[in-house]
Design a binder for this molecule. Sequence first.
Ligand code: ARG
Length: 461
Amino acid sequence: MSGQKKPWGGRFSEPTDKRVEEFTSSLHFDRRLYSYDIAGSVAHCRMLAAQGIVSSEDAEKIISGLQEILKDIEAGTFPFSSDLEDIHMAIETSLIERVGQVGGKLHTARSRNDQISLDMRLYLRDEVKNVLDLVADLQAVLVRVAKGEIDTILPGYTHMQKAQPVLLAHYLLAYWEMLDRDAQRLRECRERINVMPLGSAALAGTGFPINREYVAKLLDFPRISRNSMDAVSDRDFVAEFIFDASLLMMHMSRFCEDLILWSGGEFGLVAISDAFTTGSSIMPQKKNPDVAELIRGKTGRVYGDLMAILTVMKGLPMTYDRDLQEDKEPLFDALDTVKASLAVLADMTRTLTFNRGRMLEAAAGGFSTATDVADYLVMKGIPFREAHGIVGRIVGYCIEKQKDMPTLAIEEIRLFWKDADAHIYTCMGVDDSINARNTIGGTARETVLKRIEEIESMNID
Ligand code: ARG
């Protein structure tokens, strides 16, 4: 389309440079907003008619034209011509072609600046719901696996060194809690997305007697924006969503990192099913945890999307600047990535097989119950610091003699604590260690089972 023929072409005498057209067009990515753009236009048009700004007859023509366009886009027959600037122009141009000059009345009391903010909010509001559903699916898988593994004991690590035994279920539910906060954050983010900006027009509002509350009601918005300049210029809701997506990715990435380590031969604690691993083109023996690695890798990509939007925003003079068109690709990319990752991780988690024997063996070794022995000494009246020292010396002795603590003779233990009797061995078992930790949030079997019960009785929308 040459310059003069563009919807904004009135003051132009020369056509737009072809390369500029390509460079400025967002149609190849913002077309995914089409249904929201149309829904927003239909609501706007109904309001214009209700307010007597356009006649009901004109409004009907415009609305049926928009509905035809929707059908054509859905059928794949809509011509997305590459010389159109964006989804708004593509739809408006086609509307005028279909219904004639009356189509030109749709843009009364509206600007693309408030229109795009509306489209983004409508779109993201729905997508947040989709992400929340996927988070809930992954959480449900974690609970199911946790229940099935309620007797499985895992070596718990700090600093990547064996620390204390824990229930595998407790570990899995740690991720449930993280995801629960991620979901809370998304629901809060949705509150701020769910604000109706139309009526802000280019930046200053409009002199037409519009009814913003009516548009909000038609589009099911609980609130309308209170400052037209704010409404057309900020994309904090986009940045906030990508931040929430980044945390979600970070949580998934850490889980994946454990699965990658644990599925390696040296650990051998878990097997990822064949369906979720891939082979090597050169080494026939290999079974690689590529899915987990890709989720870990894609986390970096979503962080990149967050940096992109924050950087796009940081120096923008008020109010709308075309830079804001650069909000879309990071948002779409973050959304696609987080949704795909959540879905594939839920499926993969369902198929994990834990090597219970090896986990128990690993959990029992490495002096993992040394804290329990120190706690036992404390119960016998020894101050914790002193108890810590005594047990530390016992551990040192064991390392030197290449023995495990439960295999020490009572005489050997008495070398470090003269009052020891056979009772001391009861705190060296992993089961005792785990079940002793029965305060709220601890790893005891009864505590974990209680948490599962609480989780199952929750009713989250
Ligand atoms: N494609 C534009 C965007 O995504 C729509 C708004 C354009 N507004 C304008 N005044 N050029 O931000």
